[in-house]
Design a protein around this ligand. Structure first.
Ligand SMILES: C[S@@+](CC[C@H](N)C(=O)[O-])C[C@H]1O[C@@H](n2cnc3c(N)ncnc32)[C@H](O)[C@@H]1O
Length: 211
């Protein structure tokens, strides 16, 4: 798992954080055993953070960009009330069939709707306002996702964006992904439409609130 924290501090934080339960444990283990790039999964610390953010904001309608095997989607769905909705965008068939099996086995799975295809195309098709957004897909499109989603976010709505420290590469961005993330961080940092805090949880999470 990507972390900029000392491993023993990360472990301590995980041990003092709420347990993610048997189903997410099984999902994480099966992802590790059978999927490419299991390190993409947000994991217990960030997953519990996502759930709690959904709870404290009272979010009822969530948009996720980048579902992978469904760990973060299920974590956030746990924090939604009955009748709440989470729309998650994913391009990969294997990830979709994997996550769907777990959604079927969760009492919160019925709150989740998967939209298959390139995230930017799916966002264009979405109508109505969202009150909570989690961006965790292809890094080169972070700024595009942000600009496409902001008009669909309610005033006071929250956007969380994952991997904004990119293993520390943002300090000296060389790769295409690191450059794109650094440009995104600059965009948000200078954007007067939003309040923002860059949190150093795991690989960096941008916490953005629309004014
Ligand atoms: C970092 S993973 C998401 C991890 C997930 N949020 C979790 O915590 O388990 C990124 C996902 O974005 C998907 N993705 C990449 N490019 C995409 C695109 N253009 N549109 C939609 N999904 C995309 C990938 O297939 C991958 O499953």
């Amino acid at each position: 798992m990507l972390t900029l924290m000392k491993p023993e501090i990360e472990l301590y934080a995980r041990q003092k954080t709420a347990n993610h339960g048997e189903l997410l444990e099984k999902l994480a283990n099966e992802t590790q055993e059978s999927m490419a790039m299991p390190e993409m999964l947000t994991g217990p610390l960030e997953g519990r953070f996502l759930k709690q953010m959904v709870m404290v904001t009272g979010a009822r309608r969530i948009l996720e960009v980048g579902m992978y095997t469904g760990y973060s989607a299920l974590s956030m769905a746990e924090g939604l009330p009955d009748g709440g909705e989470l729309i998650t965008l994913e391009i990969d068939d294997k990830a979709i069939s994997f996550a769907s099996r777990y959604f079927e086995n969760s009492p919160h799975g019925k709150k989740i709707k998967i939209m298959k295809g390139p995230g930017l195309d799916s966002i264009k098709q979405l109508t109505g306002e969202f009150d909570f957004v989690f961006i965790d897909a292809d890094k080169v499109n972070y700024s595009n996702y942000y600009e496409a989603i902001l008009p669909k976010l309610k005033k006071g709505g929250v956007i969380l964006v994952d991997n904004v420290l990119y293993s520390g590469e943002v300090l000296d961005p060389q790769s295409e992904n690191a450059k794109a993330i650094h440009a995104f961080n600059e965009l948000v940092s200078n954007d007067t439409r939003v309040e923002k805090v860059l949190l150093t949880i795991r690989d960096g999470v941008f916490f953005i609130v629309k004014k």
